[in-house]
Write a protein that binds this ligand. Structure first.
Ligand SMILES: Nc1ncnc2c1ncn2[C@@H]1O[C@H](COP(=O)(O)OP(=O)(O)OP(=O)(O)O)[C@@H](O)[C@H]1O
Ligand SMILES: [Mg+2]
Length: 463
């Protein structure tokens, strides 16, 4: 596990110096921020082992930041950088709960030694907490909206048992993350989680990959081979994109689900396995069943507990949180100074329809971070077309996509997006108050309610 240190100083050179000194010596990752406000923002989104913080900063100074951190994250270790010889501020820092202080300018050895000591303390606290909790999981799946709360409830509900779970949802809605969260919260969390991306493995190889094979089972099988189900024994196997597998594998997997045993290719004996199965698909399996492409009995065995992930356009109130989380995740990954998102950008992000869901949002944010030269992501950094000013987009859809659809379908799609965007924005502004939102639309409450009903707009999502 990487050690994460947050360096807070309005002097960018100082944060850079801390990064250059500490990262190679302590095998850690240093995230740089340049104000107290940014530090608090980042702390809300990611977990850090240590904060190294300057005292004199414009806006919120180091003492205020320290006090806020002590209140909100009492276990987090904070070391303050103090001006050389200023005993008073060093004493004040310790009184306010800093673990240690380092006078500036510092020697390389001194900062490394003191940071190491501080990290040892963090580690101890962490181990104690882990012992008490012994549970981890949902932190990377973000969302406060009503539909996501329902998803979290279901994840918690299924995690402790061994029931088979089928996760459905459009591409990029977080199916993979959901499967990992279930495993991480389950009693199997210390055993393997084996993801299998079904469509990427050719059908004739998939069987031996999953169940293993005996030497000589086919021409290139020159030795016995264990399959992925074996590897996942006592753990979880995640059959990703299960809607795309052919009928013969469906039949074989059905047997595993029923009998809890596998038969390696070319073997005469079966073998018991203790594997929890989670499957996912972005396909409409009911339609595939109707088209005779998916076995109905297999579907029922898989669909014991379905979790449906809502598309991002149906949870626009989650977009700011997810976007901020993604900015922090990728600034850290790319080793860039931490950035914030300008309000105008956030407004625009909330107006898009996101056909590629969170994955598409993530791509846009990664590109934004790459383009941006400032501490804040601006509209010019974001490769999105503002639908109000550019006609290449129709409410977030490319006009190419829209014009390729039959008239009725295109109209319905645009109307749906328009109503969700327009009414969603009014409901967001009024905290889900329908009467006030209706006023802002210059219409009566009943009329607005009818439209909301027609387009499936749930006011609770905005409260
Ligand atoms: N609620 C969320 N909070 C934070 N990050 C998310 C959330 N949902 C998805 N992501 C991120 O978005 C990306 C896509 O998510 P994921 O791979 O889980 O989606 P998927 O439904 O499996 O997509 P696909 O159908 O394309 O395989 C990942 O990088 C994931 O970390
Ligand atoms: Mg996936």
């Amino acid at each position: 596990m990487t050690i994460n240190i947050l360096a807070v100083d309005d002097e960018k050179d100082m944060t850079r110096l801390l990064q250059r000194t500490l990262e190679p010596e302590l095998d850690c990752s240093v995230t740089k921020v340049f104000s107290g406000e940014m530090a608090l923002n980042v702390l809300e989104q990611a977990v850090f082992d240590l904060v190294i913080c300057d005292i004199k900063m414009p806006g919120m100074d180091g003492f205020e930041l320290l006090e806020r951190i002590r209140k909100k994250y009492p276990d987090l270790t904070v070391v303050m950088l103090t001006a050389f010889g200023n005993i008073e501020s060093a004493v004040k820092a310790i009184k306010l709960g800093a673990y240690d202080f380092i006078p500036k300018p510092f020697e390389q050895d001194e900062i490394i030694f003191k940071t190491q000591k501080a990290l040892e303390r963090s580690l101890l606290i962490k181990e104690n907490k882990a012992l008490k909790r012994n549970k981890k999981g949902l932190h990377s799946l973000i969302g406060k909206s009503e539909p996501m709360q329902r998803v979290f409830d279901k994840i918690n509900l299924v995690a402790s048992s061994d029931v088979t779970v089928l996760i459905t949802g459009e591409s990029g809605t977080g199916k993979d993350l959901t499967a990992r969260s279930i495993h991480a919260l389950s009693p199997r969390k210390d055993k393997s989680f084996i993801p299998v991306n079904c469509p990427t493995i050719p059908e004739h190889i998939l069987e031996s990959e999953l169940f293993g094979c005996k030497k000589g089972a086919f021409t290139s099988a020159n030795r016995d081979k264990e399959g992925l189900f074996n590897e996942a024994d006592k753990g979880t196997i995640f059959l990703d994109e299960i809607g795309d597998i052919g009928p013969s594998i469906q039949t074989k997997l059905l047997r595993v689900l029923q009998e809890k045993e596998i038969k390696p290719l070319g073997d005469t004996k079966t073998k018991k396995v203790d594997v929890r199965i989670i499957a996912s698909t972005n396909r409409d399996l009911k339609k595939k069943i109707a088209d005779n492409e998916f076995r109905q009995d297999f579907f029922y065995r898989l669909n014991v507990l379905p979790i449906e992930l809502p598309p991002l356009r149906d949870r626009i109130t989650d977009i700011p949180m997810i976007a901020e989380h993604l900015v922090i995740k990728h600034c850290k990954k790319m080793k860039k100074g931490m950035k914030m998102i300008a309000q105008e950008v956030m407004d625009l992000l909330m107006k898009q329809s996101w056909p590629g869901n969170v994955r598409e949002l993530e791509n846009i944010i990664v590109q934004g971070i790459l383009y941006s030269k400032e501490d804040t992501l601006q509209l010019s950094d974001i490769p999105l077309v503002n639908s109000e000013t550019n006609h290449k987009q129709v409410l977030g859809f490319s006009s190419k996509v829209i014009s390729s659809l039959p008239y009725k379908e295109a109209k319905e799609k645009v109307l749906h997006a328009f109503n969700h965007d327009y009414i969603g924005a009014k409901l967001t502004m009024t905290g889900g108050n329908i009467t006030q939102a209706a006023k802002q639309c210059s219409m009566d409450r009943q009329g607005l309610q009818q439209i909301m009903k027609r387009f499936g707009i749930d006011p609770d999502e905005y409260r």
